[in-house]
Design a protein. Structure first.
Length: 97
């Protein structure tokens, strides 16, 4: 049996994106990602602007993802380190308290 967790998480993300609090922010966010002012967006060719927005969005997502992967890996490494040296950490914590 397939776990419903990933599908539910995906659907929750879609619903939160489509919420009335977030959806109105999408045009201004895409404008910000494009690096162009609203007047430039109106005058620029659509294919060039779409390509620019796409590349900027992909770079933003890649950078954002990389930060969270590094944070997760660091936390995992520190957790393993603390578990490995649990008695020492307990002694240091007891001394600090």
């Amino acid at each position: 049996m397939v776990s419903p967790g990933p599908l539910l998480a995906f659907l929750a993300g879609i619903l939160s994106f489509l919420s009335p609090c977030v959806l109105p922010l999408v045009p201004s966010y895409l404008s910000y990602l494009s690096g162009l002012e609203p007047e430039q967006l109106r005058q620029a060719p659509t294919s060039r602007v779409r390509r620019q927005v796409l590349w900027h969005a992909l770079a933003f997502i890649a950078g954002f993802s990389m930060i969270f992967v590094v944070l997760g890996a660091t936390t995992s490494l520190l957790g393993r380190l603390f578990i490995t040296h649990r008695s020492l950490v307990q002694k240091i914590g007891g001394a600090l308290l």
